[in-house]
Design a protein around this ligand. Structure first.
Ligand code: UDP
Length: 320
């Protein structure tokens, strides 16, 4: 198949691109590299099955040739990125989604939207099933991401209902793995970097808030399975193993063999208190469930960070 992946130079987009190319597909990555990195896909540069277009999908999109899929992953996705780039974030999820939907229509291609657990905001229902409408502050700092992703879901649904577009929507819960940008400010990237540099681990608030972390290969498996079924409603993909931020800090300290201390910083505005996916739908519809163990996934990520930051392995724990 010929597949357009917007945001394909980003963390998740590049892992998906790797898998699609390995599966024999022709992949066109379109990315403006504001949060993505060409190094994430540079390994494919001389592959005749690969093409890179440096372009912002918030502007009109032109792609030469047929397409079977348009996969829309372009968007800043970490809180500090979308707080620094609020208008770009809103534009890529509104105008960018409109343009990519238009390309899919013009090419008679299927459409795949990367949505997010952030559509549930600071949830008051646990775990979060797809039927939950969420608890989002539209005018808070996170609203730029949450509301524009909600709009993207609504627009994708409208194209499906009005034009019969064959669409998919995945709601992605916290994902980590190699290529998670060390400076993107997320909790896994911050803690691993801080632990490896023996700097204090920065806990926001009291660290009792929870997240459920999935390893990137599990997410890519879920995305590929969702492409294979005709289901137009959103599907949660996430690992239902809930951890407090303090538990995560302790685990990363242990796995890195770090002597970092823990320091407490103010909790960001509207930071969700709990997040836990209900993955009943993914299990029944796709036969998907996460395979990666948190320790193993974190160790692989830590290895990548060591290499990226040029830090040699020291402790026996880290070698496990
Ligand atoms: N967090 C933290 N220390 C950090 C970075 C994040 O305690 O250095 C917390 C953050 O307040 C949130 C959780 O970790 O409660 C997850 O934050 P992240 O930015 O990874 O993503 P989110 O799930 O909030 O989108």
């Amino acid at each position: 198949m010929r597949i357009l992946v917007t945001g394909g130079a980003g963390f998740i987009g590049s892992h998906l691109t790797d898998r699609l190319i390995a599966d024999g597909h022709y992949v066109i990555v379109m990315d403006n590299l504001i949060t993505g990195n060409y190094n994430n896909i540079a390994r494919h540069r001389s592959n005749p099955q690969f093409e890179f277009i440096h372009h912002n999908v918030s502007n009109f999109i032109h792609v030469i040739g047929d397409l079977d899929w348009v996969i829309h992953f372009a968007s800043p996705a970490s809180p500090i990125d979308y707080l620094n780039l609020p208008i770009e974030t809103m534009k890529v999820n509104s105008l960018g989604t409109h343009h990519t939907l238009g390309v899919a229509m013009a090419k008679k291609a299927k459409f795949f939207l990367a949505s997010t657990s952030e559509v549930y905001g600071d949830p008051i229902v646990h775990p979060q099933p797809e039927t939950y409408w969420g608890n989002v502050n539209p005018i808070g700092p996170r609203g730029v991401y949450d509301e524009s992703k909600r709009f993207a879901e609504a627009l994708t649904g409208a194209y499906h209902h009005q034009h019969g577009l064959d669409s998919r929507i995945v709601r992605i819960f916290n994902c980590y793995g190699p290529r998670l940008r060390p400076d993107d400010g997320r909790v896994v990237s911050n803690f691993i970097k801080q632990a490896l540099l023996n700097e204090p681990l920065t806990i926001y608030g009291e660290g009792q808030q929870t997240r459920s972390f999935q390893y990137v290969s599990d997410l890519v498996d879920g995305i590929l399975l969702l492409m294979g079924v005709e289901h137009h409603e959103p599907v949660n993909i996430g690992n239902p193993e809930e951890k407090t931020v303090l538990q995560l800090a302790a685990l990363i300290k242990e796995l890195t063999g770090s002597s970092s201390e823990i320091v407490y910083k103010p909790l960001p505005v509207d930071d969700p208190q709990r997040r836990l996916p209900d993955i009943t739908k993914a299990r029944t519809l796709l036969g998907w469930s996460p395979k990666a163990d948190l320790n193993d996934g974190l160790l692989k990520t830590i290895d990548w960070y060591r290499e990226f930051l040029g830090i040699p392995a020291k402790s026996s724990v880290a070698q496990r």
